[in-house]
Design a protein around this ligand. Structure first.
Ligand code: COA
Length: 371
């Protein structure tokens, strides 16, 4: 992990944000007590040790808007390798976005995100991504929804009898590394899927509010949460199936859990086809289409060069003035829309970008990592 850099802080200077003078700089360990106050009031989590690990171990660095040396607005950056168009791009994952209640709606978070994206741009990071609390909020920062996900809730009794559950074996939580090669193969199958390192695996599986069990297959794995099931529904937190057979075997495994403990099961799919091919069951499954991650291009030049789309480079406009000019006189396409167009989620309004439409649409877009 990159440690917070003092060099960056030497460069930090007073910035006028609306009618406030703020210093935008890297969060140092000495700022932690105040930073955690801001995070606690924003997210309602009170576990200080967990926040400390999040800010200084899980995240590569955190940036704050300091007013009178108090970090009123914060965001952390977690660097990921992102799969895109069969290549691996650098992705600045943004998390822990928060503002202390007295200083909200004054533009401080926008100033922090602008600073973060400026740093990422200087480091030639191709894209940035985040899980939004509000889509319109991050649209103003140039992000756009870049994948859709299908949530299935099905009565276990009505799951068709397919597959063989015995191809799965239980794996102890401490042996989670056995799942990692499958996860790597899985992420290679989707656009915008993020690689997960050991530290992130440990964090994902150590969430205090969940109790996980793991099952491993030659071509897949499942992670279930058994803590406090709602409406007698088994929550499949993560289901990697690399083949249709592994999907069927997983359905058989879920089916074996019906009766005493659970009536229904819930899981997420990137693509409905393997499910629809099984035909309609009674009662029918409830399928909900959900927005996935939001992404945007950061360093436009690096993005086109490293994504295999170098012959299709176009100019974009960026409300934060990082990846292109803020004005829309050159182009109406934003940094998030650029990814939507390339992956086929959005048809470009602009003729100049028509060759880019679906240019990177071969793998389905699916963001697996939660952060
Ligand atoms: C969401 C949050 C970070 C916003 O902080 P903030 O300091 O008010 O944000 P800013 O003042 O920089 O706002 C930037 C823009 O977003 C808009 N905005 C602010 N809060 C918004 C909200 N809840 N929904 C939609 N837009 C919002 C602002 O009006 C502003 O737009 P404008 O410049 O066009 O007027 C803050 O309310 C917070 O800490 N909430 C609790 C934690 C949380 O939900 N974090 C997000 C996790 S993904």
């Amino acid at each position: 992990m990159t440690k917070p850099s003092t060099a960056t802080n030497l460069d930090s200077k007073l910035t006028r944000v609306g009618d406030i003078d703020a210093v935008i700089r890297t969060v140092e360990t000495g700022d932690f007590l105040h930073a955690v106050e801001t995070w606690k009031t924003a997210f309602g989590f009170t576990d200080e040790e967990r926040w400390k690990r999040f800010a200084f171990e899980v995240s590569d660095y955190a940036v704050g808007a300091f007013v009178d040396d108090y970090p009123h607005a914060l965001a952390t950056v977690i660097m990921f390798d992102a799969n895109f168009n069969g290549r691996v791009l650098k992705c600045g994952g943004i998390a822990g976005v928060a503002c202390s209640p007295p200083m909200r709606k004054k533009g401080l978070v926008r100033a922090v995100l602008r600073d973060v994206l400026k740093r990422l741009n200087e480091e030639k990071v191709e894209i940035s991504a985040l899980w939004p609390f509000s889509y319109p909020f991050y649209e103003k920062m140039g992000y756009a929804v870049t994948d859709m996900q299908y949530e299935i809730v099905q009565k276990i009794d009505s799951i068709p009898k397919v597959g063989d559950s015995s191809r799965f074996r239980p794996v102890k939580l401490s042996d989670y590394e056995a799942l990692m090669p499958i996860h790597q193969r899985w992420t290679k199958m989707s656009n915008l899927s993020l690689e997960r390192n050991t530290a992130r695996w440990e964090r994902q599986l150590a969430r205090p509010e969940r109790q996980f069990v793991l099952y491993l297959h030659d071509d897949g794995y499942m992670i279930w949460n058994l803590q406090d099931p709602k409406d007698r529904t088994l929550e499949v937190v993560e289901w990697a199936y690399l083949t249709e057979e592994a999907f069927h075997d997983g359905l058989a495994l879920i089916k074996n859990c019906g009766q005493l403990a659970f009536d229904s099961a819930k899981w997420i799919m990137a693509d409905l086809e393997p499910f629809l091919k099984l035909g309609v069951s009674y009662p029918p499954a409830k399928v909900t289409v959900k927005h996935g991650m939001m992404s945007r291009v950061v360093n436009t030049e690096a993005f086109f060069k490293n994504s295999g789309l170098q012959n299709l480079a176009v100019e974009i406009c960026d409300p934060l003035n990082i990846s292109g000019h803020a004005s829309d006189t050159v182009s109406s396409m934003g940094p998030g829309e650029l990814i939507q167009v390339a992956t086929g989620l959005l048809k470009p309004a602009d003729d100049a970008a028509s060759a880019l439409y679906k240019a990177a649409a071969a793998p389905v877009s699916f963001s697996i990592e939660q952060y």
